[in-house]
Design a protein around this ligand. Structure first.
Ligand SMILES: [Mn+2]
Length: 245
């Protein structure tokens, strides 16, 4: 039977993506939904993009946009002069800039095309929402007034985390944002930056960012059965690097 699998924030960790797809024994009829933040952190950001582009030619892949993916697109297109002063440079961008030193113009153009094709969110037939960070509009993503929040927001996860799980859904105090979709799958805000943890579900919001950019691992999960597989620690896969630590 074909599956739908969701993958958390990769952050340049190509070896980890290859590993989790193998562990999950991906088949050609599986649908893969990537939650964004493909780049910045470990040294393989261009390699991750090449890998994802090639993979999408073999099977159905849905690529969501992360904030780091937009930051890279901006850099690739606009070539900032004082890049070292930017916050992006300090938050994983330096490894990306270094990695692009040896990448051809043709490949960069391919990556620009890919980064421009990323979608802000994906809603499936079962009313499950896949989005990098969150949204703020109480009527859902189609009404979001500030689209960038779909890959920058942290309030959706904060609300899901702090909400008492015993609260009655019919209570007037129950957050409207958590009643629109059957489930929401996000990345962006690591469940942990310091240890290996499973993906975390709070009030039907699944957070798949298990800290691959930091001291954690990369996670892939079957959206229906909730069975998941994780990579080795990224600091072991890239022993001579620091990632975003
Ligand atoms: Mn992010």
């Amino acid at each position: 039977m074909s599956r739908t699998l969701v993958i958390g924030d990769i952050h340049g960790g190509l070896k980890a993506v290859i590993q989790v797809l193998q562990k999950a024994a991906i088949k050609a009829d599986d649908t893969l939904i990537f939650l964004g933040d493909y780049v910045d952190g470990w040294s393989d950001s261009p390699g991750v993009l090449d890998f994802l582009i090639a993979l999408s030619e073999q099977q159905k892949c849905i690529f969501i946009k992360g904030n780091h993916d937009e930051l890279l697109l901006d850099w690739l297109e606009n070539r900032h002069e004082n890049i070292k002063e930017e916050l992006w440079f300090k938050h994983g961008g330096k490894a990306t800039v270094d990695a692009y030193l040896n990448i051809s113009t043709e490949t960069k153009q391919k990556h620009i095309t890919f980064l421009k094709s990323l979608r802000n969110y994906y809603l499936d037939a079962e009313n499950r929402l896949f989005i990098h960070a969150g949204f703020t509009n109480m009527n859902g993503v189609s009404q979001e007034f500030f689209p960038k929040l779909m890959y920058w927001d942290r309030t959706l996860w904060e609300v899901a985390l702090c909400l008492d799980e015993t609260m009655d859904k019919n209570s007037p105090l129950y957050p409207k944002r958590l009643k629109i979709y059957s489930e929401i799958f996000i990345g962006h805000t690591p469940v942990s930056k310091t240890e290996i943890v499973p993906p975390l579900c709070k009030n039907s919001v699944w957070n798949l960012d298990t800290g691959a950019a930091f001291l954690g691992v990369l996670t892939i999960m079957d959206c229906t059965s909730k069975v998941f597989w994780q990579s080795d620690e990224l600091r072991e896969l890239y022993p001579n690097e620091i990632g975003r630590n």
